[in-house]
Write a protein that binds this ligand. Structure first.
Ligand code: FE2
Length: 294
């Protein structure tokens, strides 16, 4: 590990400073928006500014386990990977060209390559029991934005690392959103928050807050530390999943023998569901969550 790495925040308390850890945990619990200019982001700049990210890409760290850990996008429109890869490898020169024409580069699971970030995420998983990972968005040129107005189902600590980025947040937030829940339309009102983040600024954007960001004139990098808590919905899905291994649940209902066959299957399915629901233990589900969801 280099000297620069060891200076980067590697604990939750360092990460959220100047908020104290109890203050931050209160905001996280209450899903309350918070903005603290001049906080911690600058301490990540040597490690995760665009030149450092580019070096990581050139070293072949991306893509690693998941093909979409790196994406090129503009206002939510994705550029196919073959336009910025050469012979199966991400081509940093091609990425630069996309950046220069207003596209954004989204890189996720950075914590898998940066020990200081890995330590922060591991602390979140083991102490708060929530899933956690880190992403970066790189943009260049005034007005460039990766996504249209949207909300995320995860709570996000945003650290502006390099350049500037204008953040607009539109009220009211969607309450406790989860992925794949019915779509909602963004509010067509004036923003409740409109600030230009500078290097070192920290913004806590709780899940469900509609937001849009656009870059300043120079290259802009911000980090997002994601927090994904377990919910009863996740737990309910988890207990149903093993049914896939049971023939009872895979039998086509339209191809049963006539007579009372459907009623018999229904009685058996109900009985298996009731049995499984009786086994639900939320505390056990929570204990295993951060490993499976990160
Ligand atoms: Fe977002």
């Amino acid at each position: 590990m280099t000297a620069l790495t060891s200076e980067a925040p590697s604990t939750l308390a360092d990460l959220v400073s100047p908020l104290t850890e109890p203050e931050f945990l209160g905001l996280l619990r209450g899903r309350q928006l918070a903005y603290r200019p001049g906080a911690n982001g600058e301490r990540y700049a040597p490690l995760l500014g665009w030149p450092a990210l580019r070096r990581m890409i050139e070293a072949g760290n991306y893509p690693s386990k998941r093909p979409d850990d790196i994406r090129v996008t503009k206002e939510g429109i994705m550029v196919p990977a073959d336009r910025w890869m050469t012979k199966g490898k991400v081509d940093a020169e091609k990425l630069e060209k996309f950046l220069a024409s207003g596209f954004s580069i989204v890189i996720v699971h950075l914590d898998e390559h940066v020990p200081a970030l890995a330590a922060v995420c591991e602390e979140i998983r083991s102490r708060i029991l929530e899933a956690s990972w880190v992403g970066a968005i790189v943009t260049s040129g005034a007005g460039a934005g990766a996504f249209q107005v949207h909300y995320d189902p995860e709570d996000l600590v945003i650290l502006q690392v390099e350049g500037t980025k204008r953040w607009q947040i539109f009220g009211s937030p969607v309450s406790h959103p989860l992925r794949r829940m019915p779509k909602q339309s963004p509010p067509e009102t004036e923003p409740i928050f409109d600030e230009v983040l500078e290097p070192g600024d920290l913004l806590f954007v709780p899940s469900g807050n509609w937001h849009h960001c656009e870059s300043g004139l120079s290259t802009s990098v911000h980090l997002g530390i994601f927090f994904l808590p377990p919910t009863s919905w996740h737990a309910a899905n988890e207990i149903l999943r093993p049914f896939l291994a049971e023939e009872l649940f895979r039998t086509p209902l339209t191809r049963l023998d006539g007579g009372s066959a459907l009623e018999e299957v229904e009685a058996e399915v109900k009985s298996r569901l009731i049995e499984k629901i009786g086994e639900l233990k939320l505390s056990e589900f929570i204990a295993g969550w951060s490993k499976v969801a990160s």
